[in-house]
Design a protein around this ligand. Sequence first.
Ligand SMILES: *Cc1c(COP(=O)(O)O)cnc(C)c1O
Length: 356
Amino acid sequence: MKKHNFFAGPSILPQFTIDETIKGIQNFEGTGLSVLEISHRSKQFVAVVAEAQSLFKELLNIPDNYSVLFLGGGASTQFLMVAYNLLNNKAAYLNTGVWASKAIKEAKFFGEVVEVASSKEATFNYIPKGFSVPEDADYFHVTTNNTIYGTEIFEDFDCKVPLVADMSSNIFSRPIDVSKYALIYGGAQKNLAPAGVTFVIIRNDILGKVDRAIPTILNYQTHIDGDSMFNTPPVLPIYSALQTLRWLKAQGGLKVMEQKNIEKANLLYAEIDRNKCFQATIKDPADRSRMNICFVMNKGYEELEKEFLALADANGMMGLKGHRSVGGFRASTYNALPKESVVALVALMQEFEAKH
Ligand SMILES: *Cc1c(COP(=O)(O)O)cnc(C)c1O
């Protein structure tokens, strides 16, 4: 049976990425060795990192005064690294979910944290608007896609202080204006690569402004100077990331990706809004994520949740169970998810409605 992969992360990757990774595991660039067993400092692997960095720059249109880093530790390590390197006195954070809250918690180890707005009182089911960012903050931190709740920020904010963004779950889903950001980071396992590598896009001039000493490996400058080779980087996930970047380019880049993502998201939200059995948890269309589409049973149909999940499972639809803090369902519709998977889910929802 055809499987439809709606997992939120780790999550679906292009078949091209999987096939090319297998080839590299068997015979890396004609070396007769596996990518699993070659030095990260071999010329072939140094070329992999260089091509991945250059495709990041090309696809995202990253200006020259930025560096692209591939590190370990996940986005969760970035929660503290950002503050360690940038927070001297005070930082501003927008609290839009569990990941944002975790970033706030880590920043508090390093200085004053101003939460400019929060949607916590409403289970983070909207993006706060009309907040103001203190002009004496060292930076302003946002989470552009809230993987658990299914909200997304589509605006690249104009901001008087350096803007820092966790883009773990929507990087490469559409063009962004990188020049508006001082630092962008994310775990790769949502839209780019298998788990294990973290990307950081950093404007070189924002470093060196805090008074504290920073341990070597947690200092961004170390990784800029060492070109992501200060210590052994996650070789295999970087190799897979390169394949996804090549795939993205072959697809036509991020404008094309965005069109496909809009089409998939519109199709599913339209069905959720129309179908009597279901309702979306995010009411304002302007806040609805194109990557993680959350919905629950409609009033009067609550007891059918398990039945729908079982039906989805029986039809090869994997990973639809919502996060435990929201309940219901979450369909993650990342770049690599084909439209046919969304079409199949919509058909199943219609079948379910007809039955009840
Ligand atoms: C998954 C996720 C994280 C956590 O990433 P790890 O790599 O597991 O540390 C952080 N932020 C967002 C928005 C996420 O989706």
